[in-house]
Design a protein around this ligand. Structure first.
Ligand code: FMN
Length: 404
């Protein structure tokens, strides 16, 4: 592990290292939101609305942050969300993330726009990878992808509902980002100031090939031609009918990512969905969407224990995960936090990101006097300004007698 990665104390430190390594156009691909990027700001700000109310002098010597989720035990309460085109940021980023996830016993969601072959990722981390489906306009391709995912032994399928049409990512458009990549001279000159990335890019023959889609684009197509083939196939508009068809067809666990309305959550569970990730795509779908932390309590109330309720968007600290749990999340995911790590230091960087978050969760549990992550609840929360969920102030939870 390089000393810079070892010395990184926070996800913010890994972010600074990632920024140094990447050409600006690619670093901004991670950072960007949509339109005026209010959603991006709102996601992180939502966590800052809460304070964690400590209970001291309890039995906290042994602490456990492991969580049971959809019939499986994970050692941490978080997993790694799907991030498309990660191989452009760091070659083999997907397998590095998958391997780091396996080492930490947490889930990693393969993006449907990943460059790595599904089978290879499943081999890297059997039992830890989930698959995020990008359905194609041509349903024969979707069917085939589902078969390949099942054949690889992957047990959990994730479908993202929050981008039925292509989002308006103005920062990326202004930067001249397109698929396939067509770089301006100014972009290439700026990229040349990040030689480690450029050398890696050239050594591997330029733009990575999207393996999942290569066979549908036709024999002998270049990475650029495959990306050009993918673009009009996805995103595409799907309905509850499609969810029902996939539910009947897919033997494993089915998760919908991006649900925010409690009625949609109820309908998902009624359709046989096993889990929901309350998410706004990390602020990358539509700028007027609520922060998932705002809608989580209502979704949890609608679903109860009938399905797993997870959350992502804006998590940068272990204490953010604790707040999400206090508001009802059964599990959380990080997108950018893991990407910063893998970009900054490859597999060791991904492992460092996980370790930082794991340690922060553990410290948060100790600091607030809760020995188990699964015992967190809104009695640990103070929310001076937030409208939905959480305690509004300090009240007795009636547990004082048994706690001390
Ligand atoms: C660079 C990047 C690519 C992403 N690609 C996908 C994707 O292909 N599919 C998807 O459902 N979400 C995608 N997301 C969203 C993440 O899965 C996740 O919802 C989001 O990053 C969580 O917010 P956070 O980054 O603040 O943790 C992407 C996010 C980033 C930053």
């Amino acid at each position: 592990m390089s000393s810079a990665i070892e010395q990184a104390l926070s996800i913010g430190d890994l972010r600074r290292l990632a920024r140094r390594r990447l050409p600006r156009i690619l670093f901004e691909l991670i950072e960007s939101g949509v339109e005026d990027e209010y959603g991006l700001v709102r996601n992180e700000a939502a966590f800052r609305q809460f304070r964690l109310l400590p209970r001291y002098l309890g039995e906290i010597e042994k602490r456990d942050q492991g969580m049971d989720l959809m019939g499986r035990h994970y050692d941490c309460p978080f997993g790694i969300a799907p991030t498309g085109f990660a191989a452009m940021l760091r070659r083999d980023a997907d397998s590095m993330l998958a391997t780091a996830a396996r080492g930490a016993n947490i889930p990693f969601v393969i993006s449907g726009a990943s460059a790595a072959p599904i089978q290879a990722l499943a081999r890297c981390a059997p039992d830890h990878v989930w698959y995020h489906l990008y359905p194609a306009k041509d349903s024969a391709f979707t069917e085939d992808i589902l078969k390949r995912v099942a054949d690889a032994g992957i047990g959990t399928l994730v479908y993202t509902v929050d981008n039925p049409v292509y989002p308006k990512r103005e920062r990326d458009i202004r930067n001249g980002f397109s698929l396939p990549l067509r770089l301006r001279l100014s972009t290439m000159l700026e990229a040349a100031t990040h030689p480690a990335w450029v050398l890696e890019y050239l050594r591997h023959g330029g733009m990575p090939v999207m393996d999942t889609w290569a066979r549908y684009a036709g024999e002998g197509k270049s990475a650029g031609e495959i990306a050009a083939f993918f673009r009009p196939q996805s995103p595409c508009i799907k309905t509850w009918r499609d969810i029902e068809v996939w539910r009947a067809r897919w033997p494993g666990r089915l998760v919908l990512k991006g649900i925010q309305h409690p009625d949609d959550a109820r309908r998902a569970v009624d359709s046989g969905v096993d889990g929901i990730i309350v998410s706004n795509h990390g602020g990358k779908a539509f700028d007027a969407l609520p922060s998932p932390l705002e809608t989580l309590p209502a979704v949890k109330a609608a679903v109860g224990r009938r399905a797993a309720v997870m959350l992502d968007s804006g998590i940068r600290r272990g204490s953010d995960m604790v707040i999400a749990r206090c508001l009802g999340a059964d599990f959380v995911f990080v997108g950018r936090a893991a990407l910063y790590g893998v970009v900054a230091g490859g597999r060791a960087g991904a492992e460092r990101a996980i370790e930082i978050l794991r340690t922060e969760v553990d410290m948060s549990l100790a600091m607030i006097g809760c020995p188990r992550f699964d015992e967190l609840g809104d009695r640990f929360l103070i929310c001076p300004h937030f409208s939905s969920g959480g305690s509004q102030g300090v009240e007795s939870d009636g547990s004082g007698a048994d706690r001390h």
